[in-house]
Design a binder for this molecule. Sequence first.
Ligand code: CMC
Length: 466
Amino acid sequence: MSQATQPKNNELAQAVRHSFTLTDNETGESWELPTLHGSVGPKVIDIRKLYGQTGAFTYDPGFTSTASCSSEITYIDGEAGILLHRGYAIAELAENTDFMDVCYLLLHGELPSPEEKEQFDGDITRHTMLHEQLVRFYSGFVRSAHPMAIMVGVVGALSAFYHDSTDINDPLQRMSAAHRLIAKMPTIGAYAYKYSLGQPFMQPLNDLTYSENLLRLMFGVPTQEYQANPVLARAIDRILILHADHEQNASTSTVRLAGSSDANPFACVAAGIASLWGPAHGGANEAVLNMLEEIGTKERIQKFVKKAQDPDDRFRLMGFGHRVYKNYDPRATVMRETCHEVLKELGIQDPKLDLALELERIALEDPYFVDKKLYPNVDFYSGIILRALGFPTNMFTVLFAIGRTVGWISHWKEMMESSESRIGRPRQLYVGKEERPFTAVAQREHTEKRSGWAWLWGGNRKTTDA
Ligand code: CMC
């Protein structure tokens, strides 16, 4: 099919088949709402004209029932535990491809031919170094800075260096920004670690693979040769593949929302990194290890499993549950296998892994977790692997960010190329004061509730010591 005749994703989604009827029970008025059908997955009620026609908004905090865009990149069926990138099952990709293949697939829509792969590998390899002035940014951070804080700053700063790839209307510049981001992320992340140690920054080497380079940038020193263990390089590659994309998650939606105002791609990805950092999202891999540390011994697991069920306690079992998967996370299955491979290769008997497996067993038998369909997610195992490979806990989310960069930039690129993109501008259900007269300062009453710090909690915040 030629480029001109190929239907665009939004045109495919326009195939209206039937409609929903919405009735206002107060006035008896009703409206027909068309449905859109993707290639697979549930139908979508098209509410774009709803406000104009009815004067009402929809209410969906956390977007549990809202499709914010149409996309051809990734498909998830959370009930069946299916994850497909451009139609390929994640387990097959993890088994048969390398991370560069998956990057190409996400960006271009097809797996590369041998010639395309060679060209793409070269494009990435030739962009791995950092500008010398960007390297000076690191000395502005304290040595104890969290590496994700450095990532947000340094990736955002890329916008100041590459004026030849920030014209978002030029497809070549968009692709150049994508290559630069994918290529430089391992260098940026590894330098954050090296800076915390006070060790010299290593230069990337062009004859290494993406994952070998990442390991050498992290663990190599200029005084001796670094030979990456192929089993460990493969494990890193798998971790990157498994994190490469995951549909419209919080960080990807953040990148899309930032990009919807036509912001440059480096700034958009920096926004994505900020969103990923939170423990409910990418920060969970770090939080899993911290939680295992806190649990300490198998005898204490029950106490924490019960604590996670207490509605008055904000504690949750980190690495369990997912907004979309209500079945086993297919990434977790592959990650679990890789975890065992790595520990065997390194000959590590990790008591943390034993603890994690016991926690998994107990939680999977507990009626609370069974009823709510809370299964271990990808982050439950990735932390154990990264720990075995020698990554410090605070670098775990950085690894996630390195893998997810291709997903962010592929979604950004898709959005920039779509004719249906508009600036993202949600509305709200306003529950504040109605218009009221202004009171001069001398006439305002003192309110005990707003004194000191009491106003901060507002009476609504869940605390464990209340
Ligand atoms: N431990 C205990 N209870 C939980 C957990 C958990 N890990 N996850 C969800 N629940 C409960 C929750 O309290 C709620 O109970 P109730 O119905 O009584 O109010 C119910 O299950 C549904 O939870 P929810 O918060 O409505 O679900 P959500 O879709 O908004 O949240 C989640 C999804 C991933 C944020 C949440 O499961 C969680 O906080 N998990 C722990 C953090 C984690 O592992 N995050 C990594 C996600 S995978 C990597 C990625 O894609 O970023």
